[in-house]
Design a protein around this ligand. Structure first.
Ligand code: ATP
Ligand code: MG
Length: 662
């Protein structure tokens, strides 16, 4: 299919650096091409070389569109292209769907009724707006029948946009208990859309849906873009949602435009956010002229790791079967499984092995610890901190920076220091009808009462909290919450009994549990996080020691980003997609932890298959060594403490791994 290859003198010897299938996919002249291949087979590399090929064959950069999973991925790919072909890479349009949508809408949003210079609102702004609307539409909320939280309303709306399904249908299917609120929710959603419009703002979902609208309804823009882009390239195609799929097909709809997508159905892990793995299966139907390339060689992992990877995914029914052969020679070292006596020992073991790797001269940036959920990282964070091993954490917010953790810590801070205004305001601001203004007033009242001698020290006798309650002007809707707060503080008084910090956290949780459940769609996970917190620092002998440990842990991440290369990476598996490291540790591989107990209980085979793909993504990140571990005794579990190994481990043939001892 391909024309003459440029010689090595042209800069790049394509045929030397790519295998046959890769080369065919790089040089193809087909209108539609799909590379479907397993992890580490060089799909991303194929796209990178494709860009270099196109540039070196006369396509100007501005006529190439490269869609990637993160903006960072696009930057890295373009950097590599730049190394291959020089500066012409600069003019390429590369980035996520959202960033490309933003770029196009900057010029054309007026056609959709926006004024010039729209702004993008982030999740916090979205929440604030939704909160204000709930306040406006919903009168008095009762404790027994609270209205869904703004976050939940936003996530239902977002899923409906990203799956192109009616929100009401989604709500009836997934949240039947909210049916009675449909009318109010509908009015709130209408207002939400209206208010965003009035403010000339778009949220992230608007970027996608507005781009699609623009392309569908404005022929002149569509054909202009279709003429502009000669080549549309898409990485991680298996995780596109229905909007993105429409956008791709419209942007690549020009009669001279080619589309090349690469992906691996076995790595589809975002269906919970609306991604639809079927897009990759249906590619050849949708584009009957499509050429499909399969790469069967894995360049990333040592053979022993690859065997584990192949075994990890073998049980999934729904997949495009592919067997990967290792290109790297084997040195016989097997991946290891360490059944740790408990979660602390697991963290110590992993940190110890990381330390050994570093002592042998490995770069921290070549090491990662991966896990299913944020809170699984807490023990390892602490152990690395203790050993002064630098790490960066890419799993979103750091554990201690998450709102619900901060909420609990706020109670303890207030207990330790009755003058802590931020802690006080943080707690009361979470009550209904308490905005910034009333929180400020409540603080003033609280302070005044203290100065009048009612709260001299943090350890106020029980009765005095009752007295103080009368002195503070609390909006009616917030009174039950206010009372619960006072009860919590009462219960924590040292004069009542000597509590360890862990017991204090448990006590706060007990008091705020009903509110968490009423407020958050993922209350279970948040409660798990907090329970984890209560067990995390038993060595802190008193409250102050505990609080300073918490503060110091949050501090470690505020170093300049430039040092990133010198750090070990801690990441959720979702965030690690597409990346690779020499050494990979996967922790918390206990049944109920990963796979998550919710998924085990749901008994939905499709969900379990996605969980299995997540495990596959995790093991396939490793180049040279792979260490799997789980805590046999899990101090974080609240359903019994004994934790059997994950089914992902027990289903591996024993000859593929060795059992580590420590
Ligand atoms: P994933 O499914 O995890 O996204 P991928 O299929 O995109 O993986 P790449 O990240 O492109 O795979 O490649 C994996 C590793 O193999 C990279 O280090 C890449 O440079 C290397 N590699 C890929 N193809 C070749 C090749 N033909 N020769 C040498 N190295 C290669
Ligand atoms: Mg890739």
């Amino acid at each position: 299919m391909h024309t003459s290859l440029p010689s090595a003198a042209d800069g790049i010897d394509f045929s030397a650096q790519l295998n046959e299938q890769q080369l065919a996919a790089v040089t193809t002249e087909a209108r539609h091409a799909l590379v479907i291949a397993g992890a580490g087979s060089g799909k991303t590399r194929t796209l990178t070389y494709r860009v270099a090929w196109l540039l070196s064959h006369g396509t100007p950069g501005w006529r190439i569109l490269l869609l990637t999973f993160t903006n960072k991925a696009a930057r890295e790919m373009l950097e590599r292209v730049q190394n291959l072909v020089g500066a012409q890479a600069g003019s390429i349009w590369g980035g996520t769907f959202h960033s490309i949508a933003n770029r196009i809408l900057r010029t054309h949003a007026e056609r959709l009724g926006y004024r010039p210079g729209f702004t993008i609102i982030d999740t916090d702004d979205q929440k604030a707006l939704m909160r204000a609307l709930v306040k406006q539409h919903v009168g008095k909320q009762t404790k027994s029948d609270p209205f869904p939280k703004p976050e939940l309303l936003l996530s239902i709306l977002s899923l409906s946009v990203n799956t192109d399904r009616d929100w009401e249908e989604l709500l009836r299917a997934d949240y039947p208990m909210l049916k009675k609120h449909v009318q109010t929710i509908s009015a709130i959603y209408d207002d939400y859309t209206k208010r965003k419009r009035e403010a000339n703002t778009m949220d992230f979902d608007d970027l996608l849906s507005n781009l699609l609208k623009l392309l569908q309804r404005h022929e002149e823009v569509r054909s202009m873009l279709q003429e502009r882009f000669l080549h549309v390239l898409v990485d991680e195609y298996q995780d596109t949602n229905v909007l993105q799929e429409h956008i791709i097909s419209l942007l690549s709809g020009g009669k001279n435009t080619s589309l090349e997508a690469v992906g691996d159905d076995a790595q589809s892990i975002y269906s919970w956010r609306g991604a639809r793995v079927d897009h990759i299966f249906e590619f050849a139907e949708q584009y009957p002229d499509a050429e499909v390339y399969k790469i069967e060689t894995n360049y990333r992992s040592l053979p022993a790791i690859l065997e584990i990877s192949n075994a990890a995914i073998a049980g999934n029914e729904r997949q495009f079967r592919k067997t990967l052969r290792a290109s790297r020679p084997g040195d016989g070292k097997l991946p290891s499984i360490y059944p740790a006596p408990d979660n602390k020992t697991e963290a110590i073991y992993v940190a110890q092995r990381i330390e050994e790797l570093l002592e042998r001269g490995e770069k921290p940036s070549e090491i990662t610890v991966l896990y299913r959920a944020h809170f699984h990282s807490l023990d390892i964070q602490m152990e690395l901190t203790r050993r002064r091993i630098p790490y960066r954490i890419t799993s979103g917010l750091r554990f201690f920076e998450q709102a619900h953790i901060k909420d609990v810590v706020a109670y303890l801070r207030l207990l330790s220091n009755a003058n802590d205004e931020t802690a006080f305001r943080r707690i009361v601001s979470s009550f209904p009808k308490v905005g910034d203004v009333s929180a400020g007033k409540m603080w003033d009242d609280w302070q005044k009462a203290r100065q009048e001698g009612m709260i001299e020290t943090p350890d106020v006798p029980k009765r005095q909290y009752a007295a103080i309650a009368k002195k503070v002007n609390v909006p009616a809707a917030a009174r039950p919450h206010w009372q619960a707060m006072l009860d919590t503080l009462d219960a924590l008084q040292p004069e009542n009994h000597e509590l360890t910090p862990a017991e204090m956290v448990a006590c706060v949780l007990q008091n705020i549990d009903p509110y968490l459940r009423a407020q958050y769609e993922n209350a279970e996970e948040r409660i798990e996080d907090i329970e984890q917190l209560s067990r995390s620092l038993p060595e802190a002998e008193n409250l102050d020691a505990f609080l300073s440990q918490v503060a110091l842990l949050s501090e470690t991440d505020r170093e300049p980003l430039t040092q990133e290369n010198d750090k070990v990476t801690l990441s959720t598996i979702h965030q690690a997609k597409g990346l690779e490291w020499n050494h990979v540790f996967i922790i918390f591989l206990g049944e109920g932890l990963f796979p998550h107990h919710r998924i085990i209980n749901n008994c939905n085979p499709a969900e379990m298959e996605e969980e299995t793909r997540l495990f596959y993504v995790a093991v396939t990140r490793a180049k040279d060594s792979l260490s799997l571990s789980y805590p046999r005794y899990n101090g974080h579990s609240y359903e019994g403490q004994f934790c059997p190994p994950s089914r992902f481990l027990t289903s591996l043939p024993p000859e593929l791994y060795e059992v580590a001892e420590y």
